[in-house]
Design a protein around this ligand. Structure first.
Ligand SMILES: Cc1cc2nc3c(=O)[nH]c(=O)nc-3n(C[C@H](O)[C@H](O)[C@H](O)COP(=O)(O)OP(=O)(O)OC[C@H]3O[C@@H](n4cnc5c(N)ncnc54)[C@H](O)[C@@H]3O)c2cc1C
Length: 345
């Protein structure tokens, strides 16, 4: 960024001038777009949201990914000639067939996993029980921390509880605590997790940073029921204490409930951060796209081609560890798969 270097182009005259469509502008879509554009290929990225970056924009807070760095990367792609069309949902506004008919020679799908999982316990529909996705999107993408200068509000509680032990839970807790401080509320944000810190899927550094900021941790605790008041607002969370049992299919020790250990926590805002599932608008609208039991796209491991010829995929939509670096790795492989496909056709 400091050296303001010019984008590196290695035009491949065999494939330059060809049009490729990329669906989704998260790290998978953007990385694939960059790889292809550097070969001189004309890339159009379709993004459902009004701003690009995927989770890097709407999920991960700016204090972890500064937005000037993200904007710099996206501007770099634009300098390479990548055209990004926001507010455009493929599967609703246009189908894959229509993209092919418009002359796109191949399509890359970087749809991500943005559908939140819920606990399925009583009271989860009470007001002020948010999914982590909604909470983070309101704050990060829609700038709810500036409300009413921004259009989107977000509620802030005196006793905020975040359920989960992954990076999403850590980000949600740190954002929640910062909102309390910004609004003159005594910080009181607690992470609840069913196992111990050893089994937490979050990166160690994220756990340490959350602790440093003052986020409290209650471990070996399982939420049982949200309890509300007469106006439908959450007020308490009933929980059960757990202990570690035998390892489960993930290899981590299973949390075993301790009978009769029920207790209640003060909780006037809860954020459920227990996992995300594949975005399914496009896959549901395109039955020829083969998906597995989780709704993830099935791809060829070498080329990243889906069950439709000329349609490739990478990132969270094909499963895996669900990290940025893995999404980028898959999309680089897919870009290579696309170039090989173009040369064969
Ligand atoms: C809060 C949070 C914190 C995280 N922290 C870390 C971390 O510290 N380190 C790490 O490595 N990973 C982290 N991850 C995971 C990482 O962000 C993801 O693995 C990564 O973003 C996946 O990239 P992607 O491009 O596949 O999907 P996404 O980033 O989800 O992008 C997909 C994009 O596609 C768009 N889209 C979907 N369907 C359509 C459609 N039909 N038409 C048009 N557009 C569509 C979506 O709007 C979205 O913008 C975190 C995730 C979350 C939620």
């Amino acid at each position: 960024m400091r050296n303001n270097l010019e984008p590196k182009v290695e035009k491949d005259l065999r494939v330059s001038k060809i049009k490729i469509a990329v669906v989704g502008s998260g790290p998978a879509g953007l990385c694939c777009a960059g790889e292809l554009a550097r070969k001189g290929i004309k890339v159009t990225v379709f993004e459902g949201l009004h701003n690009s970056g995927g989770v890097l924009r709407y999920g991960i807070p700016p204090f972890r990914i500064p937005r000037d760095v993200l904007d710099f990367e996206i501007d770099y792609l634009k300098k390479l000639g990548v055209n990004i069309i926001p507010n455009f949902i493929i599967g609703k506004a246009k189908s894959l067939d229509e993209l092919f008919k418009e002359g796109y020679a191949a399509i890359f799908l970087g749809l991500g996993a943005g559908i939140p999982s819920f606990l399925g316990i009583g009271g989860e529909n009470l007001c002020n029980v948010y999914s982590a996705n909604e909470f983070l999107t309101r704050v990060n993408l829609m700038s709810a921390y500036k409300f009413p200068r921004s259009h989107t509000p977000v509620n802030i509680g005196k006793h905020m509880v975040v359920i989960g032990g992954g990076n999403t839970a850590m980000d949600s807790a740190r954002v929640a605590l910062r909102l309390q401080v910004m609004n003159g509320i005594k910080p009181d944000t607690t992470i609840l997790y069913r196992r111990t810190e050893v089994e937490m899927p979050a990166r160690r550094l994220e756990i340490e940073h959350a602790k440093e900021e003052g986020v409290k941790f209650q471990l070996l605790v399982k939420p049982e029921e949200f309890i509300g008041d007469d106006s439908g607002l959450v007020r308490k969370l009933k929980c059960l204490q757990c202990q570690l049992g035998e390892p489960d299919s993930s290899g981590r020790s299973r949390p075993v409930e301790i009978k009769g250990s029920d207790f209640e926590l003060d909780c006037d805002l809860a954020i459920v951060a227990i996992g995300l599932k594949a975005n399914q608008i496009l896959t549901k609208a395109t039955p020829e796209l083969k998906v597995d039991q989780y709704g993830d796209l099935v791809v060829d491991a070498q080329t990243m081609e889906t069950s439709i010829r000329g349609v490739f995929a990478g990132g969270d939509i094909v499963g895996g560890e669900g990290t940025v670096i893995e999404a980028m790795g898959m999309s680089k492989k897919a870009a290579q798969g696309i170039i090989t496909y173009l040369l064969e056709e």
